[in-house]
Design a protein around this ligand. Structure first.
Ligand code: GUN
Length: 291
């Protein structure tokens, strides 16, 4: 039997429709959610992301504010812009596109964003809130993975989850979210001993290593749910961290690349912007869009 394909593209499209409907409801109260995206420098991949973020923000009826600064911008100037966005009531969410140029202190920049507008969930306060089970802004990619997992599996309670990758953007927050849903979580990384054997224990396998076709079908527990977070540009085109051809006959379900986790990330950015807007207005969180 071949794995069921988890269609993140259509899930994300439905999510955006839901968000757009909520934006219409907010409009009747005179509220329009606003998302500010800040891009420093001319990194081509970042430019593509920022463009599609702006387009999808407008498509769901939100206001998109785009700030493009040259690569040689000094940190003071960027911090001044962030302070201005923090104080602007029309801006509910702020995203500073990473990576920043090497002369900037990434942590200092992220921690300058007002925590309640930090729609990336990267601010130290949001990281701490997530880790301690408090109401937080949650990083978009892991939030999208969680939504797909819950939709496919129902409860995650008691399942063995292995997350490959320990980044602040995906691996660590993913582990926190799985733990919060009562999965038994192991975080693996480049120094993990016998990674294939560890992966074969996983009912849920999340691959976020950034290495093309890294996870082999022989590493996968038959019937497991496999979430492929990788987006690797190779000569064969866009491929994930999971070797899809060998994974397909073994896994129970699998997210494709492209069309799996990728589209969920921007949809969750919009979900977070909606959540931030509702919280700022003293309204309850949107149903099903927060962990
Ligand atoms: N660069 C790559 N992924 C991300 C992300 O999720 N947020 C931001 N701000 N920058 C990124």
């Amino acid at each position: 039997m071949m794995a069921q394909i988890i269609d993140g593209k259509s899930f994300a499209a439905r999510l955006r429709l839901r968000i757009a409907a909520d934006v219409v409801t907010l409009a009747s109260r005179g509220i329009t959610p606003g998302l500010a995206v800040v891009l420093v420098g001319e990194d081509p991949a970042s430019q593509v992301y920022v463009r599609s973020k702006g387009r999808m923000t407008r498509e769901v009826g939100m206001t998109s504010f785009e700030h493009r600064l040259p690569a040689e911008t000094d940190q003071e100037t960027l911090l001044a812009l962030i302070a201005q966005l923090n104080a602007d009531a029309a801006v509910n969410g702020i995203l500073v596109q990473l990576p920043l140029p090497p002369h900037m202190d990434e942590a200092a920049v992220i921690n300058a964003i007002a925590p309640d507008k930090d729609v990336d969930g990267f601010h130290i306060l949001n990281v701490g809130r997530l880790a301690t089970g408090q109401k937080a802004m949650v990083p978009c990619t892991p939030l999208g993975c969680l939504m797909l997992l819950r939709d496919h599996l129902g409860t995650l309670s008691g399942r063995n989850a292995v997350v490959i990758g320990r980044s602040n953007i995906v691996g660590k927050p993913m582990a926190q979210l799985l733990l919060r849903d009562s999965a038994t979580v192991t975080v693996a990384h480049s120094r993990t001993a016998d990674l294939p054997a560890l992966c074969r224990q996983a009912d849920i396998l999340v691959a976020a290593v950034g290495r093309p076709n890294f996870v082999q079908g022989a590493w996968i527990k038959p019937g497991a749910t496999v979430i492929d977070v990788g987006i690797n540009r190779t000569e064969e085109g866009l491929v994930g961290d999971v070797h899809q051809a060998s994974a397909m006959p073994v896994a129970g379900a699998l997210t494709p690349v492209p069309g799996g986790v990728g589209p969920m990330t921007i949809a969750c950015l919009l979900a977070n912007t909606l959540t931030a807007t509702r919280r700022a207005a003293g309204l309850p969180d949107p149903e099903g869009l927060t962990p």
